[in-house]
Design a protein around this ligand. Structure first.
Ligand code: ATP
Ligand code: MG
Length: 194
């Protein structure tokens, strides 16, 4: 068993977060919560890196299509008019494409964050996936009001400032994918590690 303080998660400041000048704000909030940045880099991803970051499983892609269908039904929009189909297995790949385009639209900042319950604490600080629904006080709730109703109309992905791993397993996979053999640093935070 790993020590609880060794839990790590993967975070990326997405293009809208970088372009809104929120890199410092995001890192500040993590550090405020006694989490430790142990690797950090700005970079321009290429298509393959982003394409491999998002799952390629049909199940996951169809789920993206289903989310879109739910939005359309909720707001009374016409799926057939915008997508030419109401088949979620055909809409899913289209939404995935928007997601890849969005992630390639500016440099990203990737980091590994370490601390007790790092995965869950960062998800809590990030807030709901859909910014218009995210609680005030969370990163997404404080700096965005984007919604699938607007994004789907504009044929783009929901812009929600950061990405963060959903589970420790996903974190491990994403850390390997994005950092490979790069160095992860080890240091003692005042008041946290000593
Ligand atoms: P992330 O994985 O980016 O941290 P998440 O785990 O909260 O976010 P997922 O369900 O994994 O959300 O969706 C991945 C990304 O797809 C979201 O961050 C968002 O940018 C985009 N997205 C999600 N739902 C929709 C939608 N209905 N329409 C357009 N884009 C969406
Ligand atoms: Mg996710």
């Amino acid at each position: 068993m790993k020590h609880p303080k060794e839990e790590k998660t993967f975070v990326m400041v997405k293009p809208d977060g970088v372009r809104k000048g929120l890199i410092g704000e995001v890192i500040k909030r993590f550090e405020q919560h006694d989490l430790k940045i142990v690797a950090l880099e700005m970079f321009q991803p290429d298509f393959g890196q982003i394409d491999n970051h998002y799952p390629k499983k049909e199940e996951w892609i169809t789920r993206l299509g289903e989310k879109t269908k739910t939005t359309y039904e909720k707001y009374g929009y016409d799926l057939l008019e915008d997508f030419g189909t109401d088949d979620t297995s055909k809409i899913g790949p289209e939404v995935r494409k928007w997601l890849v385009d969005y992630m390639l639209s500016a440099p990203l900042v990737k980091m590994i964050v370490q601390g007790v319950h790092a995965v869950d604490v960062i998800r809590k600080l990030a807030g709901d996936t859909l910014p218009y629904r995210a609680a005030v006080g969370t990163i997404r709730g404080d700096f965005s009001i984007d919604s699938p109703a607007l994004a789907n109309k504009e044929k783009r992905a929901v812009a929600n400032i950061i990405h963060c791993s959903e589970t420790p397993e996903e974190a491990e996979h994403e850390i390997k994918h994005w950092f490979g053999d790069a160095k992860i640093y080890n240091y003692k935070r005042f008041g946290v590690d000593e």
